[in-house]
Design a protein around this ligand. Structure first.
Ligand code: DI6
Ligand code: FE
Length: 402
């Protein structure tokens, strides 16, 4: 019986360990895998005696943790390309919303779509992310806004996880926007989510977290607080779309509820950053939405750095404000728009993205963690935020692969 199932040799490794500088690099390293875990990792010269069922040379290829996209809305029907074209021709968001466009056009299409149709539309988006080295994806509901449609979305997201080698984490975002049936009755809609939908989601184990859109055009802090109190009662961690278009106190509210993350954060105040630092919440930056909306207000990245707030990066893949299905491009945008370093970008798409999902079994290459690895045809890990849309993945090794 061999000690290890497979031994990868001749590898250059970016472990992304938080306690190491320079990507946690190991030159001329080896990785021993037993089952779904890393059994040993280090310099080849330090490899302990042991036998492997299979030994494979990576011929000097670079190995990083498989990438993690910690914020997507990639289950949805329809698209908003027509709105995009109208906007490029000069129409305003208000014009489009008055014409029934915007998020509600995606809600209508998603409600009408069957679960099979939603699955068929979402699967290529999962495959596109996996094709560039993503091994874990978070998928939110939030385009159903009725009990049945929200449950349908979460079930489809769960199914994407069972049908592929990718780990799918799901998040209930019924509090994405106020549905038309509850126009001017947002509090009553919050009651439905708390009293009817959330218990069903928990009973069906359909969500791993609860999220909300805390914004002047969506839900206020009092409504979000009610949601988060209920989620906490039911044992679900929380995360929050916070301070995207205005400083609504979202980051501080997320911190108050020990949220896994607060996301967007363009308008977060210094006190909001401090509250996140005190609570250990991860800042998830979403440069695809920043680009698509033509935002000019940058998130307070310097104070995040000063206060050691962990920074993750995600695609926010959604048809309205972030029609992007490439975490590598999101990394590139985070570097060029937000001024993150290539190392911060890679940490944001691995270690800190895992933290934003409350997952301590991945995102770093070290003994005991999942053997979720991406092997790249690159000369240095900084290239992963440098190249724009260039396919450099050599292979993706996922612990759940047969
Ligand atoms: N923030 C956003 O930018 C998206 N949702 C959210 O909470 C917008 C989603 C859409 O326009 O379809
Ligand atoms: Fe989002």
């Amino acid at each position: 019986m061999p000690d290890w199932d497979i031994l990868l040799t001749d590898a250059n490794i970016a472990t992304m360990r938080a306690d190491a500088s320079d990507y946690g690099v190991i030159i001329d390293g080896a990785i021993a895998i037993a089952g779904d875990r890393i059994a040993w990792i280090g310099e080849s010269r330090d490899l302990p005696a042991g036998s492997a069922g299979e030994t494979r040379s990576l011929a000097g290829g670079w190995v990083t943790p498989a990438l993690i996209d910690c914020h997507t809305h990639l289950v949805f029907a329809g698209d908003r390309s027509g709105e995009f074209e109208a906007r490029q021709r000069g129409a305003s968001y208000e014009d489009i919303a008055r014409a029934g466009g915007g998020i509600m056009s995606t809600v209508r299409a998603t409600r009408e779509a069957s679960a099979d149709e939603l699955y068929a539309a979402a699967l290529p988006r999962v495959q596109a992310l996996a094709a560039e080295g993503v091994g874990t994806i978070e998928i939110k509901s939030g385009y159903g806004l009725t009990i049945d449609s929200e449950l349908k979305m979460l079930s489809v997201a769960r199914q994407l996880g069972t049908a592929t080698d990718v780990t799918i984490r799901t998040t209930l975002l019924a509090a994405h926007t106020v549905p038309p049936e509850y126009k001017d009755k947002a509090d009553a809609y919050i009651d439905v989510i708390c009293d009817e939908l959330m218990p069903e989601v928990v009973a069906g184990q359909l969500a791993d977290a609860v999220d909300a859109y805390c914004e002047s055009i969506a839900f206020n802090t009092e409504q979000v607080a009610r949601l988060f109190e209920r989620a906490t009662e039911l044992g679900l961690p929380v995360k929050l779309h916070a301070d995207q278009l205005s400083d609504g106190g979202g980051a501080a509210l997320a911190a108050q509820f020990s949220a896994l993350s607060a996301d967007h954060l363009e308008y977060t105040s210094s006190s909001g950053v401090q509250a996140m630092a005190d609570a250990g919440a991860v800042a998830v930056l979403l440069p695809g939405a920043f680009l698509t909306l033509g935002e000019t207000q940058l998130p307070p990245i310097d104070s995040m750095r000063e206060l050691d707030v962990p920074i993750a990066i995600a695609t926010d893949c959604n048809p309205g404000t972030s029609p992007i299905c490439s975490l590598r491009i999101a990394m590139m945008l985070a570097a060029r728009q937000f001024g993150l370093t290539p190392e911060e970008c890679l940490a944001g798409a691995t270690r800190e993205a895992a933290n934003a999902l409350g997952l301590d079994d991945r995102g770093v290459l070290e003994t005991g963690r999942r053997a979720d690895l991406a092997v790249w045809n690159i000369g240095h890990p900084r290239e992963l935020a440098y190249w724009i849309g260039s396919p450099q993945l050599q292979s993706l090794w996922l612990a759940d692969s047969p």
